[in-house]
Design a protein around this ligand. Structure first.
Ligand code: ADE
Ligand code: ZN
Length: 334
C-alpha cells in the first residue's frame, strides 16, 4: 500500500541512518564491477543481504562495507542516499559512517574517502536543499583501543569540516557495553563533538543506563527501556531523544512482533521519540515506510506524525535558527 501524501510531504529529519546500510544490492553489483575480478551478479549480491538474526545482520553489514574502496565509491553511495532521502521529504540527515570498519578491516586512511562523501553532501545541499551531518561510528566490539582513533579523527577533521557533528558506538552491545568508552566520550565532548550511542537494542536496560552515564545525548533503539520504570521516568523527565527504528528491530529479530514494539508506549509515556530507518537497504525499507507503519500498526494520527517529525528536528544537532525554520515548515504543512 502507498504511503499517504501527507507523510511524503511532511518535512522530516533522519537521525539514525548508516551510510553503508543504504547501499542497495543493485549498487553493490556496480561496486563489484568496479573492483572485483569476478564481479557479483544481482542474485549473489542479494544473497549477501539475507540473514536470520542480529549476528547475521552485522555480518551482512560487514559484507556490504567490504565492497566500498575509493573516494568515488563513497561519493556515489552518499549521493544516492541523499537523493533517496530528499525524495521522501527528508530535509536534514545525521548519518553514521563506520570509520571503525575502515580502520579495523582495511587499515587505510579515511580522509580520501571522506572527501568523496563531502563532495556528495555539498552537492545535495546545493541541488536538493537537504542538510547533512556526519557521525563517526566506532564498532564497539572491536574494543576501546580501536575506537580511540575513530573519535580522534572526528575531532581532528571537524576543525576543517563542520559537517562532522558527533560520534557513536554501533556494533554488538552483547560483547561490549557503553561504560568502557567513558573516557573517550569525555574526550570527544571536550573536543566539541556531540555524543550518541546505540543502547538497549540487543541488551537490557543496564546498557541504556551505561550510555547515559557516559554522557550519550541521544540513544539509538533503546528497545529495552520499557522494562525499567525508573529509566522510563528519567527518559521522560530529561526528554532524552530516542532514535527508534521499528523495522530494523523486527528484521534483526531484536523485537519478535510489531505488536510487541514499545514505540506507542514510549510516545504515550511522554518520551522524546523519533522515527528512523537505520539500514534501509538491508531491511528493504525507508523512512516514509517507518512513518506509514507507525500510522498503520500503532494508530498514530497525522497530527501525531507531525509531532514525531517535529521531534526529529528538535532532537537533531542543528543550530537553533535552522530548527526554528524547519519547525515552522512542519507546523504549516496542510
Ligand atoms: N551497524 C549498523 N546498523 C547497526 C545496528 N542497528 N546496530 C548496531 N550496529 C549497527
Ligand atoms: Zn544503527
Amino acid at each position: 500500500m502507498e504511503a499517504s501524501s501527507f507523510i511524503r510531504r511532511l518535512p522530516k529529519a533522519e537521525l539514525h541512518l548508516h551510510l553503508e546500510g543504504t547501499v542497495t544490492a543493485e549498487t553493490l553489483v556496480e561496486l563489484s564491477q568496479r573492483h572485483d575480478g569476478a564481479p557479483l551478479d544481482l542474485a549473489q549480491a542479494r544473497a549477501l543481504y539475507e540473514y536470520t538474526d542480529f549476528t547475521g545482520f552485522l555480518m551482512a553489514f560487514k559484507a556490504v562495507s567490504e565492497h566500498l574502496h575509493t573516494a568515488e565509491d563513497y561519493e556515489m553511495i552518499t549521493w544516492r542516499m541523499l537523493e533517496r532521502l530528499a525524495r521522501q521529504g527528508v530535509v536534514h540527515a545525521e548519518v553514521f559512517v563506520s570509520v571503525g570498519v575502515v580502520y579495523y578491516w582495511r587499515r587505510c586512511a579515511f580522509e580520501p574517502l571522506f572527501e568523496g562523501m563531502e563532495r556528495a553532501r555539498a552537492r545535495a545541499e546545493a541541488e536538493l536543499g537537504i542538510s547533512t551531518y556526519w557521525i563517526f561510528d566506532a564498532v564497539r566490539h572491536f574494543g576501546v583501543e580501536e575506537a580511540a582513533p575513530v573519535f580522534r579523527k572526528a575531532a581532528e577533521l571537524r576543525r576543517e569540516f563542520p559537517s562532522i557533528i558527533g560520534i557513536g558506538i554501533g556494533g554488538d552491545e552483547r560483547r561490549m557495553g557503553a561504560e568502557p568508552f567513558r573516557e573517550l566520550y569525555a574526550e570527544a565532548r571536550d573536543a566539541g563533538l556531540r555524543l550518541t550511542a546505540h543502547a538497549g537494542e540487543t541488551t537490557g536496560p543496564d546498557n541504556i543506563w551505561g550510555a547515559l552515564n557516559i554522557g550519550a545525548e541521544r540513544l539509538g533503539h533503546a528497545l529495552s527501556a520499557i522494562h525499567d520504570r525508573e529509566l522510563m521516568e528519567l527518559l521522560a523527565e530529561r526528554q532524552v531523544p530516542l532514535e527508534i527504528c521499528v523495522t530494523s528491530n523486527l528484521r534483526t529479530g531484536c523485537c519478535a512482533r510489531v505488536e510487541d514494539h514499545p514505540l506507542r508506549l514510549y510516545f504515550d509515556a511522554g518520551l522524546m521519540v523519533t522515527l528512523n530507518s537505520d539500514d534501509p537497504a538491508l531491511f528493504h525499507s525507508d523512512l516514509v515506510g517507518e512513518y506509514d507503519s507507525a500510522q498503520r500498526h500503532f494508530d498514530f494520527t497525522d497530527e501525531h506524525l507531525r509531532e514525531l517529525a517535529a521531534n526529529s528536528v528538535e532532537a537533531s544537532f542543528l543550530p537553533p535558527e535552522r530548527k526554528v525554520m524547519l519547525l515552522r515548515f512542519i507546523e504549516s504543512l496542510q
